[in-house]
Design a protein around this ligand. Structure first.
Ligand code: SAM
Ligand code: SF4
Length: 331
């Protein structure tokens, strides 16, 4: 396989794209957006054709893994047609989706048939009232039903994503691990990141480090360091004697920038080179000024990579360090 032509000034090769297909969502997770979140006007969002053009340019330059995200990707109309086109690209080793799971009960088989290989499903609580509080939507049963349908649909791997916050859901870490183990799923625990301002809690109080989460798990389970790596911020452990891998996504407590192999494109077509920085290149304007000009788009991507920052600088005080919300950037 040819090496990626997308190389940044620090020698990192970009092989992984996170593509956000919408900024809209049917949930309002308290750490992600406010109840009265204002979404971008539809005309500002990339069309399905533009999303494919972006993905195609990245694939032609050596990207081998794409994760489709949002907002909630499964609320985007016509998504399955985009996924079918991407699923047909033989160069891609992996096509994955991150979802809140609310639509999986009806869409899981369609996603699998389109060529999606892996699913990440967000699940922060197994308790109905708490789930409703964290997501501002009383839909735990629907999400759990969706997870069951997805398990039957034949995906290569399904991983749960849980943002753990002190005093809010940190007492559920072991329950979430047990839930994953009983179903042969993987699970990643995520430290909350300071993206967008939130009103429901103070982040320096609710911050729960990955090390603390790991200690809680190790009180009950034997965790064996796994060699599995995505080149991203996750570090993985195997729960001994089970199929379950436990990952920790720790932007605060462990710097992962040195091996960063990824970039993001927002639903509005902004190329974000680093989650921890505000700088972004407007691919939508370029594509709308020069429709169908694949070479121009490819050149812009190669040039943009020269601006990829060496590392981010998150810390845990309550200041918002990046004004963007995760739902805009694509988690
Ligand atoms: N709506 C989908 C979902 O929730 O899975 C995909 C988009 S969501 C932005 C992707 C992931 O980002 C979710 O697992 C969510 O929990 C996580 N997330 C959102 N805001 C975050 C924050 N401020 N810090 C850490 N993780 C965050
Ligand atoms: Fe929606 Fe995902 Fe953000 Fe929750 S984390 S509000 S499900 S985009």
């Amino acid at each position: 396989m040819p090496d990626s032509q997308l190389v940044d000034p620090f020698g990192r090769r970009i092989t992984y794209l996170r593509l956000s297909v919408t900024d809209r969502c049917d949930f309002r997770c308290t750490y992600c957006m406010s109840e009265d979140m204002v979404f971008a006007p539809r005309a500002q969002i990339l069309t399905l054709e533009e999303l494919y053009a972006v993905a195609d340019a990245f694939i032609s330059l050596g990207v081998r893994r794409i994760r489709v995200t949002g907002g909630e990707p499964l609320v985007r109309k016509g998504l399955s047609s985009l996924l079918t086109r991407l699923g047909a690209r033989e160069e891609l080793e992996d096509l994955a989706i991150t979802t809140n799971g609310s639509q999986l009960h009806s869409l899981a088989s369609t996603l699998h048939a389109a060529g999606v290989k892996r699913l990440n499903i967000s699940l922060d609580s197994l308790r109905r009232e708490r789930f409703a509080e964290l997501t501002r939507r009383d839909q735990l049963d629907q999400v759990l039903a969706g997870i069951e349908v997805a398990r039957q649909a034949g995906f290569r791997r399904i991983k749960l994503n849980s943002v753990i916050q002190k005093g809010r859901n940190d007492d559920e870490v072991l329950d979430l691990v047990d839930f994953a183990v009983a179903r042969g799923l993987d699970i990643s625990f995520i430290e909350e990141m300071p993206l967008g301002s939130v009103s429901s809690h103070q982040r320096q109080i609710t911050f729960c480090s990955s090390d603390e989460v790991r200690e809680r798990i190790e009180a009950r389970h034997n965790l064996v360091r796994s060699s599995h790596s995505t080149g991203g911020p996750s570090r993985y452990w195997q729960v001994a004697g089970t199929e379950t891998q436990v990952g920790f996504i720790s932007p605060h407590s462990h710097n992962f920038c040195g091996s960063c192999n990824r970039v993001r494109v927002t639903a509005e077509g902004k190329l974000v080179l680093c989650l921890g920085h505000d700088g972004a290149l407007d691919l939508k304007s370029l594509m709308r000024r020069h429709p169908g000009d694949r070479e121009r788009l490819r050149n812009a991507l190669v040039e943009a990579l020269q601006l990829k920052p060496e590392k981010h600088h998150f810390n845990t005080d309550d200041q918002v360090q990046v004004v963007r919300f995760m739902s805009m950037t694509g988690g």
